[in-house]
Design a protein around this ligand. Structure first.
Ligand code: GLN
Length: 200
């Protein structure tokens, strides 16, 4: 199992460590070639506007969209969820526009208001530690999206087919249940290589 982590900015190392601790190979994705042969791709937290600029600079936006169309599972955490969303409140144009959710940024206060809570998630378990750092939330979801967890009346974890997205940072805790859940999603996916797919 080869899981990529978009490694342009943000909480990359912690995801890499969690993936390795679960016995999978973790690949830092910084260029087109790194997308080859992956079973899944993690889009980490950080700052979505900065990540978008870097996705453009390194010409990764369209290849990631193409890989998504081939069915690769993707897990967006915090800013990564913002990248995945089809719509962002107050913004004319979203980024990857893959997951059928509307996202509002910075919904839980400023950086100083970062906090950790325990949440319960359908299909995953109870008392999952969730670290919120200038976190977004999901305002509304399309018909195929499963809402897996809410906190304070807001949707903070959801799944739509190959896409999993959460508002918080699961990688900053020692609880690996969410990453295990994603790796199980990724097991279903047959990795495409650049050689097999001329489209990216
Ligand atoms: N507020 C950040 C953004 O809008 C996301 C914060 C995070 O990933 N911790 O991109």
């Amino acid at each position: 199992m080869r899981i990529g982590v978009l490694a342009l900015q943000g909480a990359v190392r912690e995801h890499i460590q969690q993936i390795q601790s679960l016995g999978c190979e973790a690949i830092e994705v910084k260029s087109l070639n790194d997308l080859s042969g992956l079973n899944g791709l993690v889009l980490p937290g950080g700052e979505s506007t900065t990540m978008r600029k870097l996705l453009d600079r390194y010409q990764l936006l369209n290849p990631i969209r193409t890989l998504a169309q081939l069915g690769i599972p993707m897990f967006g955490t915090c800013a990564g969820l913002i990248l995945l969303a089809k719509e962002i409140v107050g913004k004319d144009e979203a980024h990857l526009k893959l997951m059928d959710v509307v996202i509002e940024r910075n919904s839980f206060g400023r950086q100083v208001d970062s906090f950790e809570v325990k949440i319960s998630a359908d299909q995953i378990g109870d008392a999952i530690p969730a670290v919120f750092i200038r976190a977004p939330h999901i305002v509304s979801v399309g018909p195929d999206v499963e809402i897996l967890a809410q906190y304070d009346g807001r949707i903070v974890l959801a799944k739509e087919g190959q896409y999993l997205g959460c508002s918080f940072h699961p990688e900053l805790t020692t609880d690996t249940r969410l990453m295990e859940y994603f790796i199980n999603m990724a097991k279903e996916f047959h990795p495409y290589t650049l050689a097999k797919s001329n489209s990216i």
